[in-house]
Structures are given as structure tokens and as C-alpha cells.
Design a protein around this ligand. Sequence first.
Ligand code: SF4
Length: 81
Amino acid sequence: MSRTLHIDWTKCDGRGLCTELLPGLLGRDDWGYPVARRGDRTDIAIGRDDADAADEAVKLCPRLALRVVGGSGGSGGRPAR
Ligand code: SF4
């Protein structure tokens, strides 16, 4: 089951910690907010190589703006439908 990283834009303050943990998945826009390097802007597919870093980003996000969706386990995830 694939997992995605969901960004809640209403909570994010654009400081960019997640972009440092996930440089392959996330870049920063002109205001410092994280943006997907490819694909969906809000729900970003997490590759196997980024799985641990995505979980870490969820744990460390100071605004609780990140959530891993889908798959088994993972911090802050919710069961897949
Ligand atoms: S770590 Fe959280 S608050 Fe900081 S830029 Fe990423 S999503 Fe936004």
C-alpha cells in the first residue's frame, strides 16, 4: 500500500524543517513553504527510501501540519480505506 505525506496548509508556518528532512520530495516556494518536487502538491507520494524521514518529519513538525496517510504503521497515519 502506498503512503502519502499530507500537508495541512492551514497549520504550516513555512519554516521548512520538513524540506531539510525530505530534500528529494520537498522543495520550498518563494515564501519558504514546502512544495512537492513532483506530483500532487498537498498529498505527496512517499518512496521507500523516504519512509523513515517522512515519519520523522511528522514527529518533528512544530505545527503538527504533517500526516502520513495510507500504508501500515507510520506516525500520525490513518488506516487506508
Ligand atoms: S515542518 Fe511543518 S510547519 Fe515547518 S514547513 Fe514543514 S509542514 Fe510547515
